[in-house]
Design a binder for this molecule. Structure first.
Ligand SMILES: Nc1ncnc2c1ncn2[C@@H]1O[C@H](COP(=O)(O)OP(=O)(O)O)[C@@H](O)[C@H]1O
Ligand SMILES: [Mg+2]
Length: 412
């Protein structure tokens, strides 16, 4: 172990602080983004208050901890370097040790042993996982069974918001404007493709449409369709990556508007962001490069470009529309029963001048901190972590008072 890493580890393991497990990685298409979100979070955590325990879930689903995991460079050597970290397992029995080390020294004989005497317990977990098993309620369920408090939305809210169709149905039932959508299920197409496809066509579809996987993010498996033949192709493409597809009218002239929300008891919205599309990015890049020719200029460009992926509090958007998005975002946070920090994405139809809820990310990339540093009140990521941990501990305490088991009577 390198000396600086060792010092880092010792500093972080001083007793008496709250042990905060940060879980990142995961069996998800957003694995790498999650590593970045996790390490970004760890870097800003108040080490006076917290002792950080990094917990990395590999692409194959094995859990690891160790000082190595604090370094971004470590992950560049994956999967080979994993042997340097220690494997752990989370046991869901709330009575016993929860995070235990796994000894695979006899793996050649098909055996492994849980080192229950050497457990690594945490007081609370911060989830920095994106996508499958991180945002869909799966890990939330595991932590709930183990009675480990965690930051963020619970099982039901996570499961609902992970599904683009279901979250829209719930939103619409609460009076939030959404684009009309049709769900197509792979199981129906496997049973009888022709019949299932006819059933979709018989619904109220207006071309052009967009076809998206219901349960995946990061624009995976997404296609536009102008004709019935293209729709069929697009559905087949989705069914390669997801069990369900959502079909919506394509908004051709759109502006995307995203807002972050925090605060379970008193929800508040951040400033809005407008993510820039490929075309706009190009224009911006051109504009930017036109002004920089020196070496010094090119050095700053890397950071500059990162910032140019979006326009925070864009002046292109009228104040009334910003307020409308922020109001809807707060209402959505409540009706979808969210907790922690979320980012809610809207689509604005420039032609119809109508704003629609598109999707809710229950664990957004980089925790959308870039929105909060420009909001009022302003929060740095360090402050957000403190706030979200306090909220999660309070919520956990309230749930604990409810979780009374019934005496064993019926079978006596
Ligand atoms: N109805 C729509 N009309 C036009 N473009 C859309 C529509 N829905 C989504 N998009 C575009 O596709 C992108 C990805 O879709 P989204 O629903 O946000 O899924 P995800 O981000 O989870 O992949 C959006 O950011 C937007 O640019
Ligand atoms: Mg999106």
């Amino acid at each position: 172990m390198h000396a600086p890493i060792l010092i880092h580890w010792i500093v972080r393991t001083k007793q008496s602080r709250l042990r905060l497990g940060v879980i990142f990685g995961g069996v998800s298409t957003e694995h790498e983004i999650s590593i970045m979100t996790g390490l970004q979070l760890i870097d800003t955590i108040d080490t006076q208050r917290f002792e950080v325990v990094p917990i990395y879930i590999s692409m194959s689903g094995a859990w690891y901890t160790g000082a190595e995991l604090f370094q971004l460079s470590y992950f560049k050597g994956l999967p080979g370097v994993l042997s340097r970290a220690r494997e752990i397992a989370l046991l869901p029995n709330p009575q016993g040790p929860k995070l235990v080390f796994v000894d695979r020294s006899r793996a050649d004989k098909g055996m492994y042993r849980l080192e229950e005497s050497e457990s690594l317990n945490v007081d609370i977990v911060f989830l920095a996982l994106h996508g499958t098993h991180g945002e869909d309620g799966a890990i939330q369920g595991l932590l709930k069974m183990a009675k480990i408090p965690f930051v963020g939305s619970g099982i039901r809210s996570s499961a609902i918001t992970m599904n683009k169709y279901v979250s829209k149905v719930v939103a619409a039932a609460n009076g939030i404007p959404t684009l009309p959508s049709v769900i197509a299920k792979k199981a129906d197409f496997i049973k009888n493709f022709k019949e299932a496809y006819q059933d979709i066509l018989s619904q109220d579809l207006t071309f052009p449409v967009i076809v998206k996987p219901c349960n995946l993010g990061s624009s995976v498996g997404l296609n536009f369709a102008d004709t019935e033949a293209q729709l069929k192709q697009a559905l087949v493409a989705v069914f390669k990556v997801d069990e369900q597809a959502i079909i919506e009218p394509r908004v051709v002239d759109l502006t995307e508007i995203n807002v972050s929300v925090i605060g379970r008891t008193n929800p508040r919205a951040s400033v809005i962001e407008v993510p820039l599309s490929g075309k706009e990015l190009l224009t911006y890049e051109k504009k930017y490069m036109a002004g920089s020719g020196s070496k010094k200029g090119s050095k700053t460009r890397a950071g500059g470009m990162a910032n140019l992926q979006r326009e925070v509090n864009s002046t292109r958007i009228p104040e009334t529309l910003k307020e409308e998005a922020r109001d809807l975002a707060v209402r959505l946070f409540t009706c979808l029963d969210c907790a922690g920090l979320v980012r809610i994405d809207f689509i604005y139809d420039n032609q119809k001048e109508a704003l629609y809820f598109n999707e809710l990310n229950s664990i957004p990339g980089s925790f959308a901190y870039y929105l909060w540093v420009q909001s009022s009140p302003r929060y740095l990521l360090t402050e957000l972590v403190n706030l979200l941990v306090d909220e999660a501990l309070e919520e956990f305490g309230m749930q604990e008072t409810l979780a009374q088991t019934q005496p064993f009577r019926a079978l006596r």
